[in-house]
Design a protein around this ligand. Sequence first.
Ligand code: FES
Length: 102
Amino acid sequence: MNYQSVAAAGDLADGEMRAVRVGGKDVLLANVAGEFYAVDGICSHALGYLDEGSLAGYTIHCPLHRGSFDIRTGAPLSAPATVPIRCYPVKIEAAQVCVATE
Ligand code: FES
């Protein structure tokens, strides 16, 4: 698996998220309760940029139509989102958050 460093672990506080590019993909990186999660950065419904939405606990709300997803699994939680977003492996190495998309 090809991990790429995307942020310093200290850069993202609990409850924060940001868009990153990994392996040519738009990825959303988030810190929830000290764990880092990486999922597709673009909504599966109609191309909303999820970093422009909001994060409440483990739920990401899309900014366009308020569809929502579980950041731990990518599962859609509310309409109009019905298709899961992908989740990517994350590891912390030398205080860097590293994400693999392949
Ligand atoms: S684009 Fe995300 S819910 Fe429509």
